[in-house]
Design a protein around this ligand. Structure first.
Ligand code: NAD
Length: 475
């Protein structure tokens, strides 16, 4: 049966639909999903606008209870949801289940935040006057999400939006509608009033664009590619909408000669290749100090050869398929490019089996000015770039248009401390992969990677509320 959009508490069909098939196995049909159009957005925004006054004024306890119930339901169903997520996105069952658990934790965290929403009482400079600063919801928010974290990203946007009294129109990526659809079902079952959470599945250029252009949408939170983000930013500027964007990365992982090589190889292998490299925080530039370079490359190659690629539903699989044929073609194009640019390529071949499988690739002897070292690939490919010393490594790490995540492997307290201070990234890891973050702390970057205030943790309140300053004279 076709899965439908959720509008004003009703499941609504659009004119067309698409098939959702697994990237690991084209014969695995996950389901049929309705494909909305601009009218879907008009209806969803109207429903969200109608639901807003009551939701904004609802007791925070009501909102907290609904979010907590949704979180519990996601956690209780994490094995089942994780399996569907692994089938539609291609990440391994362990990664998909972990992502689902994180979505549940996010809902429970923001359930708590709903009742902790605080303001300020500040002394006035005038006698007899009190000043209060309170936070209020924005109204209808449009949430536009990518395919690579099909439940965690919808959760980390929807949970704070709802906690602080906004109503939502969610537009998930077309490649991965099943996880977002389950989230909509769960929120409905958890008691979300009609119109508070609406699901509008369909093409980005139609649904996403209509959300950006709609006059009743107060704010857009977007995660996706830089090119689409730029278009969204222009639309939001035209309509003076509040905007938050999380986009690409070309995240550096510095490996110092004083690093524990086991720790470094483990962190680089995970950061570069797990989730098939399809993480905005993936370690795609491995910046290695000369003294340890050759040993590092040798150990990486040995470890890469041992990685188990295969069906994401098999428990021994460590690397699943690339998420789509177009993504695979793009990755293979970058492998050719890296070779043409003069790098020595280890791995990276298209595997001769059904589905979109690619062996992890290292581009050795790469330089930081190569296109393959500067552009986000979003696949299992990492450049290895030599650094002469710590200062050179830091300069290389910061020499990028992006600034999402960075890392250093070192046993030196001085290198660790200096790197945390000098890195021009929003998140810095020491002896840990650049990817893999906690759910209760801020997430986001600088430069071309992010725009607007941070997502997640207590900082999420900045985006999903606006501040009111009230002055009272007792008379
Ligand atoms: P994408 O930009 O193609 O799509 C993202 C979303 O935008 C989808 O829902 C899509 O349908 C929608 N969209 C497409 N065209 C649109 C338009 N004209 N107007 C409005 N919406 C539109 O990105 P993707 O391929 O789904 O995801 C991969 C990208 O996401 C990578 O660049 C990756 O780095 C980035 N990403 C960033 C983070 C982060 O937090 N920084 C997290 C995950 C993914």
């Amino acid at each position: 049966m076709t899965k439908l959009n959720l509008i004003g508490g009703e499941w609504v069909a659009a004119q067309t639909e698409i098939e959702n098939r697994s990237p690991a196995n084209p014969d695995d049909l996950i389901g049929q999903f309705t494909r909305g159009d601009a009218e879907t957005v008009n209806q969803a925004v109207a429903a969200a606008a109608a639901a807003f006054p009551a939701w904004a004024n609802a007791s925070p306890q009501l909102r907290a209870d609904i979010l907590d119930r949704a979180g519990n339901a996601i956690l209780a169903r994490s094995a089942e949801i994780g399996r569907i997520l692994a089938r539609e996105e291609g990440k391994t069952l362990a990664e998909a289940t972990g992502e689902t658990v994180r979505a549940g934790q996010l809902f429970k965290f923001f359930g708590g935040e709903a009742v902790r929403l605080a303001g300020d009482a500040i002394a006035s400079i005038r006698d007899g006057v009190d000043v209060e600063v309170t936070r209020e919801p924005l109204g209808v928010v449009g949430l536009i999400t990518p395919w690579n974290f099909p439940i965690a990203i919808p959760a980390w946007k929807a949970a704070p939006a709802l906690a602080f009294g906004n109503t939502v129109v969610m537009k998930p990526a077309e490649q991965t509608p099943a996880s977002a659809h389950i989230l909509a079902e769960i929120l409905q079952e958890a008691g979300c009033p009609a119109g508070v959470f609406n699901l509008a599945m369909g093409p980005g250029s139609v649904i996403g664009n209509a959300l950006v252009e709609h006059p009743q949408v107060a704010a857009i939170s977007f995660t996706g590619s830089e090119g689409v983000g730029q278009r969204i930013a222009e639309g939001c500027a035209r309509h003076r909408k509040k905007l938050q964007m999380e986009m690409g990365g070309k995240n550096p992982m510095v490996v110092m000669a004083d690093a524990n090589l086991d720790v470094a190889v483990g962190a680089c292998l995970n950061g570069a290749f797990f989730s098939t490299g399809q993480r905005c925080t993936a370690s795609s530039r491995l910046i290695v100090e000369e003294g340890i370079h050759d040993a590092f490359v040798e150990r990486m190659e040995t470890a890469m050869n041992k990685l188990v690629l295969g069906d994401p539903l098999e428990t021994e699989t460590q690397i699943g398929p690339v998420a789509s044929e177009s993504q695979l073609r793009g990755n293979l194009g970058y492998v050719d490019l890296a070779r043409e640019e003069g790098a020595e390529v280890i791995g990276g071949a298209h595997l001769d089996r059904p589905g979109f499988f690619q062996a992890p690739a290292l581009f050795v002897n790469a330089t930081n000015d190569m296109r393959s070292s500067r552009e986000e690939i979003f696949g299992p490919c990492a450049s290895v770039i030599k650094a002469s010393d710590f200062d050179h490594a830091v300069a290389l790490a910061n020499d990028t248009e992006f600034g999402l995540s960075s890392g250093i492997c070192t046993t030196s307290l001085r290198h660790s401390r200096e790197f945390k201070r000098r890195s021009e990234a929003g998140m810095v890891m020491v002896n840990l992969p650049t990817a893999g973050v906690d759910y209760h702390v801020p997430f986001g970057g600088r430069k071309g990677s992010s725009f607007g205030s941070r997502e997640q943790g207590r900082y999420a309140v900045e985006f999903y509320t606006t501040v009111k300053t009230a002055y009272t004279f007792a008379g």
